[in-house]
Design a protein around this ligand. Structure first.
Ligand SMILES: [Zn+2]
Ligand SMILES: [Zn+2]
Ligand SMILES: [Zn+2]
Length: 152
C-alpha cells in the first residue's frame, strides 16, 4: 500500500501536479478501497468532511486529473460515475471482472479488441469499454447465487 502511494506521487510529480494535502488525502482514501469502485458522490462527501472548505469542483477536477495521468480508473454505468485506484501502474490498458455482490474488481490481462476489429474492417474504432460481471469465488463460497443478488 505504501508502495502504491509512492508510485502515485511519483506520477503526480512527473506530470507537474503539486502534492497538496487534498490530493494526498484523496490518494489515501482511494487506496483504502483499492479493490472496489467507489461512487464519486461518496468520494466527494468524504473529501468535504475532511476539508470543509473544499468545493465539489475541486474534488471532481482532482479525480479527473488522476484519471488523465493514469492513477485512477473510471467507470460510468447508468449515469453513475465510479472511480477506482489503478490496478497496476505498469500495464495501464486492461479490463475488469466486477463482482455484483461485493463489488470486488479483478483485473483481466487480455484485451479482446483484435477479435472485434477483424469483424469491422470498414470501421475506424476510436475507443471501447468492456467489463465482465458475475459472482466472485469468495461470494460463491459464502452461498451467493445469481438469484439472490441484491439489485441496486
Ligand atoms: Zn484496473
Ligand atoms: Zn464477491
Ligand atoms: Zn481493451
Amino acid at each position: 500500500m505504501a508502495e502504491s502511494l509512492t508510485a502515485a506521487m511519483t506520477i503526480l510529480r512527473q506530470n507537474k501536479l503539486k502534492i497538496t494535502k487534498q490530493r494526498h488525502a484523496l490518494l489515501e482514501f482511494l487506496l483504502t478501497n483499492q479493490a472496489h469502485y467507489t461512487d464519486v458522490v461518496t468520494v466527494n462527501a468524504y473529501m468535504r468532511t475532511e476539508f470543509p472548505g473544499m468545493s465539489h469542483n475541486t474534488v471532481y477536477r482532482n479525480l479527473k486529473e488522476f484519471e488523465e495521468v493514469g492513477i485512477v480508473e473510471q467507470n460510468t454505468e447508468q449515469e453513475r460515475t465510479r472511480v477506482k485506484y489503478q490496478c497496476d501502474f505498469h500495464h495501464q490498458h486492461h479490463h475488469h471482472f466486477i463482482c455484483q455482490n461485493c463489488g470486488k474488481v479483478i483485473e483481466l490481462q487480455m484485451c479482446p479488441m483484435d477479435f472485434f476489429t477483424a469483424q469491422l474492417p470498414d470501421c475506424k474504432i476510436t475507443g471501447h469499454s468492456f467489463e465482465l460481471y458475475g459472482i466472485c469465488g469468495t461470494c460463491q463460497a459464502a452461498g451467493v447465487k445469481e438469484t439472490t443478488l441484491v439489485k441496486n
